[in-house]
Design a binder for this molecule. Structure first.
Ligand SMILES: [Zn+2]
Length: 78
């Protein structure tokens, strides 16, 4: 499957979900810019206000934004 990077980048735009968190559409993936994934196998979704995971030694700035559907699952599974 070919991916046209320029086209994908041009299609990126920001919007907000029901909790007023920033979303970014990257192709058919929706990212939530207010959360990020650390490298833990479980409970790897952190809010942007937390900058470090001491369990797996991950820094927010080195890790990708979380996928919106995973953020929703994470929040509702608490
Ligand atoms: Zn972690």
């Amino acid at each position: 499957m070919g991916i046209n990077l320029n086209k994908d980048i041009n299609c990126w735009h920001d919007t907000f979900n029901a909790r007023n968190e920033r979303l970014q559409y990257a192709g058919n993936i929706t990212l939530n810019l207010d959360y990020w994934d650390c490298e833990c196998k479980n409970n790897y979704i952190y809010p942007i206000t937390q900058q470090y995971c001491c369990i797996c030694d991950s820094l927010q700035e080195e890790r990708p934004s979380s996928i919106e559907s995973e953020v929703q699952n994470h929040l509702f599974s608490k």
